[in-house]
Design a protein around this ligand. Structure first.
Ligand SMILES: Nc1nc2c(ncn2[C@@H]2O[C@H](COP(=O)(O)OP(=O)(O)OP(=O)(O)O)[C@@H](O)[C@H]2O)c(=O)[nH]1
Ligand SMILES: [Zn+2]
Length: 221
């Protein structure tokens, strides 16, 4: 068993290892999580107050801190490089050389334009060049990048490029199929559309391999 990738910041100063970088300020990590929670709570209290809500109400009093904690420790925890999951790799002793597909990985993210949920499924395929990954680590990588304010295109590339690096193979395919609450619950209010994005590299540029991957993803439908 190997443990190759520990944290995203092993890459040095360039802690964002993909070409689709989340726009972060240079001083993004100067405050501790607790300091961020305290600051966000103050501002969220002000938002609620401005909306006309009575912060003395028993049910509302704790909301500013509750929301701040949820942002920092849960919904946006993927902004911190040290939350990058440890990835366990194993030798491909059984010489498995076909596509491995992990499909229907549920994810919850938040749209960076409206800060409302993006909910969907990620399907991943890769062909091993010598190492195989613990399956749960595919889910953990998806969760890590989901827990940022996102657009679906960037999320897809971040997952795809990270997998090529972690697995040391170019042969990676990712499809993301998601509902954007900013499209379904407000604005155009279309509840039936979904957004599909993909990342194909290496062998998956070949149309037969791509087709095989898409067939495997569809199998249970
Ligand atoms: N490309 C892309 N667009 C997104 C994503 N999530 C949300 N959007 C879009 O981002 C756009 C933001 O556009 P604006 O016109 O500034 O926002 P808005 O006035 O609230 O737009 P409406 O949603 O049309 O009411 C909207 O069209 C959203 O549908 C995403 O993951 N990818
Ligand atoms: Zn949105």
């Amino acid at each position: 068993m190997l443990n190759i990738l520990k944290t995203e910041d092993e890459i040095g100063n360039d802690h964002q290892m993909t070409s689709a970088k989340t726009p972060l300020r240079p001083d993004a990590f100067e405050l501790s999580d607790e300091e961020k929670i305290e600051k966000i709570a103050v501002h969220f209290r002000e938002i609620m107050h401005t909306l006309g809500l009575d912060l003395n109400d028993e049910s509302l009093a704790g909301t500013p801190r509750r929301v701040a904690k949820m942002y920092v420790q849960e919904l946006f925890s993927g902004l911190r490089p040290d939350n990058m999951p440890s990835v366990t790799l194993f030798e491909n002793n059984y010489k498995f050389s076909e596509i491995l597909v992990e499909r229907d990985i549920t994810f919850y993210s938040n749209c960076e334009h409206h800060f409302v949920p993006i909910v969907g499924k990620v399907h991943i395929g890769y062909i091993s060049t010598g190492k195989v990954i613990g399956l749960s680590k595919l889910h953990r990588i998806v969760n890590y990048f989901s827990r940022r304010p996102q657009v679906q295109e960037r999320l897809t590339i971040q997952i795809g490029e990270t997998l090529t690096r972690v697995l040391a193979t170019e042969d990676v395919a990712v499809v993301v199929d998601a509902d954007h609450f900013c499209v379904s619950s407000r604005g155009i209010a279309d509840q039936s559309s979904s957004t599909v994005t993909s990342f194909f590299s290496g062998a998956f540029h070949d149309s037969a391999k791509k087709e095989e991957f898409l067939q495997l993803v569809k199998l249970r439908a």
